[in-house]
Design a protein around this ligand. Structure first.
Ligand SMILES: NC(=O)c1ccc[n+]([C@@H]2O[C@H](COP(=O)([O-])OP(=O)(O)OC[C@H]3O[C@@H](n4cnc5c(N)ncnc54)[C@H](O)[C@@H]3O)[C@@H](O)[C@H]2O)c1
Ligand SMILES: [Zn+2]
Ligand SMILES: [Zn+2]
Length: 362
């Protein structure tokens, strides 16, 4: 069984045959159908988010259950599932208080297991959730899987596993965008385009897409943006003021992961408005905010992981949105590739050319 292994930060991943343990109690053997390539994997590979190599990355996947040990969710052979990169234990303070996206057992459940080993027997770490979607198959804790209907494309379901839920949830659950409002989305990759779609679903009046890349700006119009801006050509703050009687945005989303852009999102938001930080900078970065103006202007800065969504119900909710035509997931797939091309997908992402590369497995 093949997997892409990160042997060192910033070095090409290598494809190797790996060993996979049998599932124990509460564990499930999954054959992935498809996985998206998300920027968070690139950030781990670059060392901006800590995960010591050798490791198998990939956290945006959907697949089919091969076999399951005794498990509480009743998962059975043949079930279609999406991986949740934040496993939800269902029992901790956060899971019981509707904030399973910060489940306190998530790291232990996801990454405290070593089902993969190399041919020499040495163990491999897995990325977020323990999902290891850059392997053809995996063995994960049941808490990291959500059953979905069997009649939905695994390719599109994979995107629901991170980018779609993160972006749409950021608009609907973290920001709670109001109908008629003005939203700015800085960074229009896979997650940013999903934020734009979430703002459209919420009924936003104006959605301003901001990206350096021309193809991302033009694609944003198909997903619901009403305006697009190249921040190198125009002063974003002045552009937003021009559309809001000089006030600024009601909601500004940062979806790149750069402290200067987090600050820019703050600056272009009107008094009383909301700034939503979705992008994840390097874990050592900090962002400076004018500490008197934050209260004086009654602004709100909201951090959000996984779109502040409840994966146990919202994965299927977003699949239904796609079935009803409210979300365009097909349009988010820029290219379909094989596992062997994963390094090229990282390069394409860093050069800004793809919304999502999706690895499909046979
Ligand atoms: N909070 C979460 O739960 C969560 C989940 C998934 C991803 N993320 C983070 O969200 C961010 C985006 O992820 P993605 O997969 O969409 O990445 P991506 O690489 O597909 O998209 C980033 C976009 O930002 C654009 N960009 C780069 N510099 C810019 C600038 N100076 N101004 C405007 N646009 C600029 C790029 O052209 C690209 O289109 C990453 O930081 C990722 O780690 C967060
Ligand atoms: Zn992701
Ligand atoms: Zn929990």
């Amino acid at each position: 069984m093949k997997a892409a292994i990160m042997l060192a930060n910033n070095e090409p991943m290598v494809i190797e045959d790996v060993n996979l343990a049998d599932p124990g109690d509460n564990e499930v053997h999954v054959k992935w159908g498809a996985t998206g390539v998300c920027h968070s994997d690139v950030s781990i590979w670059q060392g901006k988010l800590p995960l010591p190599p050798p490791a198998i990355l990939g956290h945006e996947g959907a697949g089919v259950v091969v076999s399951a040990g005794k498990n509480d969710y009743g998962l059975e052979t043949g079930d279609h599932v999406i991986g949740s990169f934040v496993p939800t234990c269902g029992e901790c303070f956060y899971c019981k208080n509707d904030q399973a996206f910060v489940c306190e057992k998530a790291l232990e459940i996801g990454m405290g297991r070593f089902p993969f080993s190399r041919q020499d027997g040495s163990p491999l770490l897995c990325g977020p959730g323990g999902l290891a979607t850059f392997a053809e198959e995996t063995v994960v804790h049941e808490a990291a899987l959500v059953k979905i209907p069997g009649d939905f494309s695994l390719e599109q379901a994979a995107l629901v596993g991170c980018g779609v839920t993160t972006g749409v949830g950021a608009a609907l659950f973290a920001a709670e965008v109001k109908a008629g409002s003005t939203c700015v989305v800085i960074g229009c990759g896979g997650v940013g385009q999903a934020v734009i779609q979430g703002c459209r679903v919420a009924g936003a009046g104006q959605i301003i897409a901001v990206d350096l890349n021309e193809s991302k700006r033009s694609a944003s119009i198909n997903f619901g943006a009403t305006h697009s801006v190249n921040p190198n050509d125009e002063d974003l703050g002045e552009f937003v003021k021009g559309l809001t009687d000089g006030r600024g945005a009601d909601y500004a989303f940062e979806v790149v992961g750069v402290p200067e852009l987090q600050r820019q999102a703050y600056d272009i938001t009107r008094p009383g408005g909301s700034v939503i930080w979705v992008g994840i900078p390097s874990y050592l970065d900090e962002c400076s905010i004018p500490s008197a103006l934050l209260p004086l202007e009654n602004k709100r800065i909201v951090g959000t992981i996984y779109g502040s969504a409840n994966v146990r119900t919202d994965f299927v909710k977003f699949i239904n949105f796609a079935k009803e035509g409210k979300l365009d997931l097909e349009g988010m797939v820029s290219q379909r590739i094989k596992l062997e091309d994963v390094n090229d997908a990282f390069t394409a992402m860093l050069e800004g050319d793809v919304i999502r590369s999706v690895i499909t497995y046979d």
